[in-house]
Design a protein around this ligand. Structure first.
Ligand code: ATP
Ligand code: MG
Length: 578
């Protein structure tokens, strides 16, 4: 059988500086604007489609296609269909159909019509008969291997199949019997009769139908012949009166075939336009490879927070707004490039900085005892929920004579330039008081288990009573009020900027980062976090952005780190621009 998988001839990536992509005009928009101006499609409305194959979950690369398909149609007052390209029954499942719809909606888009290529099987079959009748298609008895051998190469023409010149009657009879299930899988195919010497290998009598006795997730056992991608896609576009069928560059070589079918059938002239795939450093964007991570249990499912799937990013705490902003900023072009993952992270931080509620959480707790704080006294300090957004209001956080601080915020012997707490030094507990450390308590093995300090009651609210300055402000959680939670810290899933860059004989999984997740079990959090909901987003002050994980139960809360606070994008961008 001919190579039916357009992705197998992936266009080689070349590095395009992000700057260029961002400044380049959107050539897709220009094409549509020109078609509207010249009334290329008469008074038909601009119609696009997003056509995922339901063989996996959507990833952030698909988000780019979604933003383009829905975004451009919307700009021109048009509509977008969500169409499942479900022509490979063996790989497709209802679970994927459901997740894809949920993800498109989550990203913020609503389709006009929900369509399935499988709904068009009867029409596609009739059109195949039409092509047979006008002498443009034939049944071939060669095996898949023989077809490949006859196909020729880029430099040599292919050879005609001995079955190429069957009569129309014989072809009609055999094709009908293929449909009726008379022949075993792989014994025959229907091919378009085009040109075995074409310089474009896709035009060398491509396969239109193969025999496959497989149960389809929607049509069941109704069909035992299935159309190939190239035959189904353009015709489905045409049925839906899609004006602009936008897809990624690896389909460019298929465009002549896309046009050939439409022209020979004389149907609505949908038009294919290609744009560059989104590639992101350290990130694998291919459903076929992501499914391997899931099946081999290298991750905990499609929505593992380390996955670049939309469901994984959502669980990790990424927002649709940030993903859309990132996709727009990474631009469209006619050559494939690669975008730094730091740019995605930058847009996500930017969004969360504006919207996330602040909270205090101590990931590696160390107990701080305030010796002069009145015993049994408890009070509340008022804290802004989001200093970036006064409308977010304030909350009351309990304070008492024993608080947890982070182990990193205390050194018994401070190294040079260490301005946080150490014996004799005064610092601020954020929104609470100035404190000065005095002594430590150690366990039998010499680990510090408690730090003792005194506080200045006049510095309430964290303000100096007499203009005294401190060099450090630290977050804290009242020990008596703190809640516990499991914290999951994530790192990149792959160790190389291009995960596909592998040694001979290895596969991408050899580049998996063995330390892509770290689980902390001793974290102590301010009590308000007990009410966190899945859709909430938090900035744990001085630590990073976090969200609740669906693994949480009433007994055990689990928080995912979306991102640490530090943004390295500005630096990278500056270097690229220099
Ligand atoms: P994968 O290789 O991950 O399986 P695919 O191209 O096979 O992806 P489809 O379900 O066929 O996935 O894709 C639906 C649409 O999304 C297609 O139009 C495809 O061009 C587009 N798309 C897929 N990956 C990307 C990407 N990385 N960047 C931009 N668009 C993409
Ligand atoms: Mg595909």
């Amino acid at each position: 059988m001919t190579d039916a998988n357009p992705e197998s001839r992936e266009v080689k990536s070349q590095d395009t500086p992000v700057q260029d992509a961002r400044q380049s005009s959107n050539f897709l928009r220009d094409i549509i604007a020109e078609d509207v101006r010249t009334q290329k499609f008469g008074d038909a409305q601009i119609q696009t489609r997003f056509p995922p194959e339901p063989n996996g979950y959507l990833h952030i690369g698909h988000a780019k296609a979604i933003c383009i398909d829905f975004g451009l149609a919307d700009e021109f007052g048009g509509k977008t269909n969500l169409r499942f390209d479900d022509t490979n029954p063996e790989k497709e499942e209802q679970e994927y159909v459901d997740s894809i719809q949920a993800d498109v909606r989550w990203l913020g888009f609503q389709w006009e019509r929900l369509c399935y290529a499988s709904d068009y099987f009867p029409q596609l079959y009739d059109w195949a008969l039409q092509l047979i009748k006008i002498g443009n298609a034939y049944v071939d008895d060669l095996t898949a291997d023989q077809i490949r051998q006859h196909r020729g190469t880029l430099t040599e023409p292919g050879a005609d199949s001995p079955w190429r010149n069957r009569t129309v009657e014989e072809n009609l009879d055999l094709f009908a019997r293929m449909k009726q299930g008379e022949f075993p899988d792989g014994s025959r195919v229907l091919r378009a009769k085009i040109d075995m010497a074409s310089p474009n290998l896709n035009m060398r009598d491509p396969v239109m139908y193969r025999i496959l006795h497989a149960t389809h997730h929607r049509t069941g056992d109704q069909w035992c012949i299935y159309p190939m991608y190239d035959y189904a896609h353009g015709q489905s576009d045409s049925i839906e009166r899609v004006t602009h069928s936008m897809c990624t560059l690896e389909f460019a070589d298929h465009q002549p075939l896309y046009r050939w079918y439409i022209e020979h059938l004389g149907i609505f002239p949908s038009q294919q336009i290609e744009f560059d795939r989104l590639n992101i450093t350290y990130t694998l964007l291919s459903k076929r490879k992501l499914i391997q991570l899931v099946q081999e249990k290298r991750v905990h499912g499609w929505d593992d927070p380390r996955m670049p799937t939309l469901s994984g990013l959502r669980r990790r705490g990424f927002t649709p707004e940030a993903i859309r902003t990132f996709v727009a900023a990474s631009g469209v072009s006619r050559t494939n490039g690669s975008t730094d993952i730091e740019m995605l992270e930058h847009f996500q931080r930017d969004d969360l900085n504006r919207r996330a509620s602040r909270a205090m959480a101590v990931l590696h707790p160390l107990k701080l005892v305030i010796d002069n704080y009145p015993e049994a006294k408890q009070e509340f300090v008022e804290v802004a929920n989001n200093p970036e957004d006064p409308s977010a209001g304030t909350r009351q956080v309990p304070f008492s004579g024993e608080v947890f601080i982070d182990q990193d915020d205390f050194r018994e012997v401070p190294p040079p330039k260490y301005y946080r707490l150490s014996p004799g030094r005064e610092v601020r507990l954020r929104n609470a008081y100035f404190i000065t450390a005095h002594s430590v308590v150690k366990d039998a093995t010499g680990n510090i288990v408690e730090v003792h300090c005194t506080y200045d009651p006049l510095s309430r609210g964290g303000n100096s009573p007499d203009g005294r300055k401190v060099k450090s402000t630290m977050h804290w959680v009242s020990a008596a009020h703190a809640i516990s939670a499991e914290i999951r810290l994530y790192d990149k899933l792959f160790t190389k900027p291009d995960p596909g860059d592998v040694e001979e004989g290895q596969d991408v999984l050899s580049n998996l980062n063995p330390n892509s997740v770290e689980i902390l079990t001793r974290a102590r959090l301010e009590p308000s976090l007990a009410n966190a909901k899945l859709e909430d987003r938090f900035q744990f002050e001085r630590v990073g952005y976090f969200c609740l994980d669906p693994d949480s139960t009433a007994e055990k809360l689990v928080f995912n780190r979306t991102l640490p606070l530090k943004d390295s994008w500005a630096k990278i961008e500056k270097k690229a621009g220099a």
